[in-house]
Design a protein. Structure first.
Length: 253
């Protein structure tokens, strides 16, 4: 039976002539195949590689921690008394941490991070290069090769949504590793290796965000996900229609 588009009844054509579904399935499959392969391949990589290897946490070691019994901390009230800019600061935006061997208060004001010595209330400057290298030495067993001062990063950079300014410490020996240290907090904000970079590249392909690699709600991703569903649905429809026709043919025979 030939297919006449001018005399088309969708329900009848689906039942009597599955060629329409077959052609639709073939072309949809061709369009969706590459992205489906990328989803499967990247998903396989994500499931095989341990997330700690991706994050580089296996390269870190915990530095020596200060003990409360050996430091004389100022109260937040004493800190505010000496720094009036902190008067209206929410408690949720004040943190007690350690930077090298110094207890510090971190205060976040208008997306700006300020650092104060928690024993003397002195306002501290960002880390120097030698201080950043010292933190890197205490935080990993790898040798620090160089330190680079970073105040801004490009979209899709290996260091995203981290504290800025920061020190980028290049490490020697493993997977072209970089240690990123917040210049004010002194915290190791991120570890980036070639394993992480490959993961990030595949993640960008997986969510179809090829620049920032952060947006998994894009219309492109939704469109291809819908296309994949339609491709699978049309394949299932072909299977059941073909099975029904084979059954009818056997009955007629």
């Amino acid at each position: 039976m030939s297919y006449d588009p001018a005399n088309c009844d969708l329900r009848r054509d689906i039942c009597l002539n599955p060629s329409l579904i077959r052609k639709t399935h073939r072309w949809l499959g061709l369009i969706a195949a590459i992205q489906l392969l990328i989803w499967t391949g990247s998903g396989l990589f994500f499931s095989i590689v341990p997330i700690d290897d991706v994050r580089g946490t296996h390269l870190l070691q915990a530095p020596a921690a200060l003990r409360l019994g050996y430091v004389r901390l100022l109260s937040p009230s004493d800190l505010v008394a000496q720094h009036k800019e902190l008067k209206m600061l929410s408690l949720a935006k004040l943190q007690l941490q350690q930077r090298l061997n110094t207890p510090i208060y971190l205060a976040k004001i208008d997306d700006k991070l300020l650092t104060y010595n928690a024993e003397t209330a002195e306002k501290l400057e960002p880390l120097t290069e030698s201080e950043a290298l010292s933190i890197a030495t205490n935080s990993t067993q790898l040798l620090a090769q160089s330190a680079t001062w970073v105040t801004e990063v490009d979209p899709g950079s290996e260091y995203r949504d981290g504290e800025l300014p920061a020190w980028k410490i290049e490490l020697k020996g493993v997977d072209e590793a970089n240690l990123w240290i917040g210049a004010n907090s002194g915290k190791v904000s991120a570890v980036r290796t070639n394993t992480w970079r490959l993961y990030d590249f595949l993640w960008g392909l997986h969510i179809m965000d090829y620049v920032d690699r952060d947006n998994f709600n894009s219309w492109l991703l939704r469109a291809f996900a819908l296309l994949g569903v339609i491709t699978i649905a049309s394949g299932l429809a072909l299977f059941f229609i073909s099975a029904k026709q084979r059954k009818r043919a056997k009955t007629a025979y």
